[in-house]
Ligand binder design. Structure first.
Ligand SMILES: Cc1cc2nc3c(=O)[nH]c(=O)nc-3n(C[C@H](O)[C@H](O)[C@H](O)COP(=O)(O)OP(=O)(O)OC[C@H]3O[C@@H](n4cnc5c(N)ncnc54)[C@H](O)[C@@H]3O)c2cc1C
Length: 486
């Protein structure tokens, strides 16, 4: 009989692992606690408008670029991807001035050198460095030698120091940091690997998905089912059960037991520890280590339905920053930075700004939808601050608004169970890569971790991590061969 893998969590990582294992002849069962699959990829409808949660754009989708072999393998290339403008896929607004990120490393350097002519050499060095990191992405995740992923010394280098060493002009440093709402810019912790790999993929090419991120999850689930696998919703796992150092299966919240030869957990490590509460192989030293890991910051999102034809669609993202904002020391008391993301197929936009769990924790115990007037007032005030910051660049936005829906870290926790509503999972720290960058292995030999908490977050990072996790079960050589990596 085929070996059975139970995957906990139907986020991108869980679905990709199930897909790869099913493709290799395993029986797979994906168990999702929510009533919908997708985790951060979920799209949700409000009236006639379909909003996204955690997918605004991806990078590196063209042949020869970072994400292409992964999405080819996971059969995701044929979704309705729409490339953002090559001359300016990301616009960074600081005070009165705007700067363009252009597609392709050479064009990227040219576009910014026009605004910073004295920094041409620094920009060339910056772009070349990122390019190199991108070209070696498979060597860092699927190394030919047994030395493994953690050999990647860029996890032990500071992103902020790299920027200071490479670029002299503080304004240009700010511009180059200006799109990084998609990671937690933290001068004390952010590893160079995370900064370089993610930014590089977007410089390669940047893409939006027409019709919403849910399509990725639905497409993976459809393929899993067509290979004989099962994807179940409203099937929260309450325990991983162990016998003699190996898991024998998982217990669901309704007390049903599902047998397993392997378990892959696409959930936050703190949640994994909770599920392993009665597993004797999981010693206190492992528990303490995992519990000591901090989380990255969360996000506040205003999903805005616009009046029809009231505002033109822009085929780029716009990142607006207050002139005095310190981008590497995020202050969530004030709105200092906002990402504006457009929908290409409907009159709607999203505004995103960082928010901490502690900003909203006073309402955490209250039921969804009944958190009180003060919570509503707090969120309305955030929307107002976001609008004030972006309306210089988008003067017609305020009048174009039909309706605003909001979500905070409390919302993200409610739907994905990610600890503290963190947007990008466990915080990686360049001072201690050996403890903050996690391996898929756990103290139970046939239980593995996957997803954004392990090493790199985002669609690229989670896709790489899925392959990395499956390599533990199927072998590194097998995964390299399947991905057609030389
Ligand atoms: C606001 C926001 C914007 C983002 N924008 C982008 C972007 O534009 N581009 C990009 O590349 N990345 C973006 N990201 C990041 C990206 O969405 C995530 O890194 C990625 O989707 C995480 O996938 P995952 O599988 O690791 O986890 P998740 O999506 O969190 O999936 C985990 C799943 O496990 C389930 N689960 C939890 N506990 C249990 C249990 N006990 N039993 C069963 N199921 C359980 C959850 O319900 C969830 O479905 C964004 C993230 C956020 C929050």
């Amino acid at each position: 009989m085929n070996k059975r893998t139970v995957v906990i969590g139907a986020g991108l990582g869980g679905l990709q692992c199930a897909y790869a294992l099913a493709k290799n002849g395993m029986e797979v069962i994906v168990l999702e606690q929510d009533s919908h699959i997708g985790g951060c990829l979920q799209s949700f409808r409000r009236g006639t408008t379909l909003f996204d949660t955690g997918l605004h754009y991806i990078g590196g989708l063209r042949e020869g670029e970072s994400l292409h072999p992964l999405f080819r393998y996971f059969n995701l290339l044929d979704l309705p991807w729409q490339q953002l403008d090559e001359a300016c896929f990301d616009e960074i607004v600081i005070g009165e001035n705007s700067y363009a990120f252009a597609t392709g490393h050479e064009r990227f350097v040219e576009a910014l050198s026009a605004a910073f002519p004295n920094e041409r050499q620094g920009l060339c060095d910056y772009a070349q460095f990122l390019k190199n990191v991108g070209e070696h992405i498979f060597d860092s995740f699927l190394p030919r030698e047994a030395s493994g992923f953690y050999g990647s010394s860029l996890f032990a280098r500071s992103a902020h120091e790299f920027l200071e060493e490479t670029i002299h002009d503080p304004l240009l440093r700010k511009v180059l940091s200006g799109t990084s709402i998609k990671m937690e810019l933290n001068r004390d912790t952010l590893p160079l690997y995370v900064f370089a790999q993610i930014n590089n993929s977007f410089i390669q090419s940047a893409w939006r998905l027409r019709g919403g991120g849910q399509q990725i999850a639905d497409h993976l689930a459809e393929n899993i089912r067509s290979m004989g696998g099962m994807v179940r919703t409203s099937a929260g796992v309450s325990a991983i059960e162990e016998k003699d150092g190996r898991t024998i299966g998982v217990r669901l919240q309704n007390d049903e037991f599902v047998e397993a030869d392997y378990v892959v957990a696409d959930i936050h490590p703190h949640e994994v520890l909770r599920l392993m509460a009665n597993c004797p192989s999981v010693r206190n030293v492992y528990r303490r280590r995992m519990q000591s890991l901090d989380d990255t910051i969360g996000m506040f999102t205003a999903n805005i339905r616009l009046k029809p034809d009231a505002m033109p669609y822009e085929n780029r993202n716009i990142f607006v920053h207050r002139e005095d904002a310190d981008l590497w020391n995020i202050d969530t008391q004030h709105v200092n930075s906002v990402m504006v993301s457009f929908y290409s197929d409907q009159p709607a936009i999203d505004l995103l700004t960082p928010m901490r769990w502690s900003d909203v924790s006073q309402w955490a115990d209250k039921p969804v939808g009944r958190r009180g007037e003060d919570y509503v007032a707090y969120k309305n005030e955030k929307v107002e601050q976001c609008l004030q910051l972006v309306e210089k660049r988008l003067p017609c936005l305020r009048d174009a608004i039909d309706h605003v829906y909001t979500s905070s870290p409390l919302t993200y926790y409610r739907y994905t169970r990610t600890h503290d509503g963190s947007s990008f999972g466990i915080r990686k720290d360049w001072h201690s890569p050996m403890t903050t960058v996690l391996t898929p292995r756990t103290p139970i030999q046939n239980v593995f971790l996957t997803g954004q908490n392990l090493n790199l977050h985002g669609i690229l990072g989670v896709s790489m991590t899925s392959v990395f996790t499956c390599a533990e079960i199927l072998g590194m050589d097998q995964m390299r061969e399947e991905l057609k990596i030389k």
